[in-house]
Write a protein that binds this ligand. Structure first.
Ligand code: NAD
Length: 293
């Protein structure tokens, strides 16, 4: 098993496009970005070009580094071709089990014998996908955070069959692209970060539901007392309350743990279509033009 030299990222959406860019910025990997939807690769390239242009303007990288990174990313609409000769494949397609399982079977058929096959999924444990490849020891979750270009963390999650070598190689790669890996020795819903985030924000919702304090005061308390950059309600408005609600519901349904049951106040917001910044109103109101934060 040699050093990782080439990386294929499957899915050129919000996460995949930036995972590809972050990998290319390391300066030592050939990166292939694959998508099945026409136009998505062009959109990803345009977004990545905008991101590096802004970084150049702000003096965070040179024009040469930016151009070299963009030119190191090869676009592809052909999964079979892109799977061959990649030492590491990171799947970042939509969060849908059937779609991911089909991608994993294709990767199992076509990937190089020694390739690591990782999923960026936030909720689908690698054990549910790994067997589709017929080499589950070479599979793990590599969970990046949004936006991957900024967020310095990758949760590497070991499934029951994942080998030590796979975990080590995935962690080495994360370090090589300037990200800090943490390893979970077994699969748990929510991994580490979302697990803790869910519990903390659930407590905030319980305080609100019990009339202990206002949305504003709970946010201020958490921001000033725990030094979170955003309190739980401001964070919810930014993420989207529908997304927050779906995440809670998923945790509640997969763990059966009452502590994750979505708050009635959150449920009411979602039913009313007040989903946060994107709808101009959530826990707070956002005048037109300020929705993006
Ligand atoms: N968005 C986040 O904040 C975030 C954070 C961490 C992890 N994740 C995980 O990352 C993954 C991707 O999320 P996203 O937000 O980037 O989604 P997205 O919808 O922005 O992108 C998904 C991409 O996959 C492509 N796609 C769909 N089917 C495909 C196929 N068969 N082959 C190739 N490409 C295909 C779509 O065209 C799209 O471009 C999910 O598993 C999600 O759980 C998301």
């Amino acid at each position: 098993m040699g050093e990782i030299q080439s990386v294929t990222v499957v899915g050129a959406g919000t996460m995949g496009s930036q995972i590809a860019l972050q990998s290319a910025l390391a300066g030592r990997y050939q990166v292939t970005l694959v998508d099945a939807v026409p136009g998505q690769l062009q959109r990803a390239r345009a977004n990545n070009t905008r991101l590096v242009d802004r970084a150049v303007e702000k003096g965070r990288m040179t024009r040469e580094q930016a151009d070299a990174a963009l030119s190191r990313i090869k676009d592809s609409g052909n999964l079979e071709q892109a799977a061959k000769n990649a030492d590491l494949i990171i799947e970042a397609v939509i969060e849908d089990f059937d779609t991911k399982s089909k991608v994993f079977s294709e990767l199992g058929k076509h990937a190089d014998r020694d390739a690591i096959i990782a999923s960026n999924s936030s909720t689908i444990a690698i054990s549910r996908l790994a067997d589709f490849t017929k080499r589950p020891d070479q599979c793990c979750n590599m969970h990046f955070f949004y936006p991957p270009l900024v967020m310095d963390l990758v949760e590497i999650v070991r499934g029951p069959s994942t080998s030590d070598a796979t975990v080590e190689r995935a962690a080495e790669f994360a370090k090589a692209i300037g990200r800090t890996p943490v390893v979970l020795n077994r699969e748990i819903p929510g991994f580490i970060v979302n697990r803790i985030l869910h519990m903390a924000t659930q407590e905030a919702y319980r305080l609100l539901d019990a009339g202990v304090a206002s949305v504003e005061d709970i946010d201020i308390a958490v921001e000033k007392g725990l030094r979170w950059p955003l309190g739980p309600f401001r964070l919810g408005d930014l993420t989207g309350l529908d997304v927050t609600y779906a995440a809670r519901k998923h945790m509640y349904e997969t763990t059966g743990d009452e502590r994750y049951r979505p708050s009635p106040a959150l449920e009411a917001k979602v039913r009313a279509g007040e989903l946060g910044r994107k709808t101009g109103r959530g826990w707070y109101q956002y005048p037109a033009g300020e929705e993006k934060g």
